[in-house]
Design a protein around this ligand. Structure first.
Ligand code: BTN
Length: 270
């Protein structure tokens, strides 16, 4: 059987196959019944998002692909994503019960962000925050990035978290690693479990509660920021994240709403 995550106790992993490059395991037990959730663990792969997208028909809801190293990790806006060993690098599948509208789909990055933040907090509390649109920050620096890609009615949720990897010197002012020996598989499972809970909440009409929670963790709030949209740059003070997911920015005493844009933060506001 396949089950919603809400009452799963992950008791043990059952290894199905193990080779030099790949381990396939099933995870979990639902009350007294075993549930099957595939968790593919690669040592090295180009990108876990690519793999899941290319093989989407062989996956089911909540199945996971992880890798120790990615050779062509991808970030948002076509950026590449440095993927050394020690990072949690994974993608999981969301297969909704019905086709999601465009508006609903725009909520998923927020759901993935707040789920990741909570998973991390539950493992060990700390100064985590949510940076619009869907980064998780730790001690005011980027800890995690999320890339969600749609394949027809499915969504591949790709997440990279700096767990035990060292941050290169040239980006140490903006990025951070937990530099901790967390059990990466357990962290991944916790993120997917949290996601399934928040997603259920969203589907049961409680989006406003989720936005409120995101706003309580809003890293940008009251910071002086710049929004870069193509060649244009807008400057102002970040306020709340609106119900529709847009960021409110105060400019010349007026609130403007932004749905896209790369954010930079004035140094003194970090
Ligand atoms: C960002 O630009 O902040 C998003 C980065 C997302 C990186 C993750 S790592 C696992 C998955 N596979 C990829 O190629 N990208 C995502």
């Amino acid at each position: 059987m396949r089950a919603s995550f809400s009452s799963i106790f992950v008791i043990k992993y059952v290894i199905i196959t193990k080779s030099k490059h790949l381990t396939i395991i099933v995870v979990g037990k639902y009350k007294t019944r075993r549930i099957y959730m595939k968790f593919l663990k690669f040592n090295e792969i180009d990108s876990t998002n690519n793999y899941m997208k290319e093989n989407v028909s062989s996956f089911e809801n909540h199945d996971i692909v992880s890798a120790k190293v990615q050779t062509a990790g991808r970030g948002r806006r076509g950026n590449s994503w440095l993927s050394p060993e020690g990072m949690a690098l994974f993608s999981f599948l969301l297969r909704p019960e019905r086709s999601l509208s465009m508006v609903e789909a725009t909520k998923l990055p927020f759901i993935a962000g707040i789920s990741t933040l909570n998973a991390l907090k539950k493992i060990k509390d700390g100064a985590y925050s949510f940076k619009w649109t869907n980064d998780v920050f730790f001690n005011s620096k980027k800890l995690c990035g999320i890339l969600i890609e749609r394949v027809k009615d499915d969504f591949v949720v790709g997440i990279g978290i700096n767990v035990a990897n060292k941050i290169p010197e040239d980006i140490k002012n903006i990025a951070i690693s937990l530099e901790s020996d967390y059990d990466i598989d357990k962290l991944i499972l916790k993120v997917v479990e949290e996601f399934s809970l928040y997603y259920e909440k969203f589907m049961s009409g409680k989006w406003l509660e989720i936005v409120e929670e995101i706003n309580r963790n809003n890293f940008l709030k009251d910071k002086k920021i710049r929004v870069h949209i193509g060649e244009q740059i807008f400057e102002g003070i970040a306020k709340n994240i609106a119900e529709d997911g847009r960021l409110e920015i105060e400019m010349n005493s007026e609130i403007k709403l932004f749905s896209v844009g790369e954010i930079t933060i004035e140094k003194d506001y970090y």
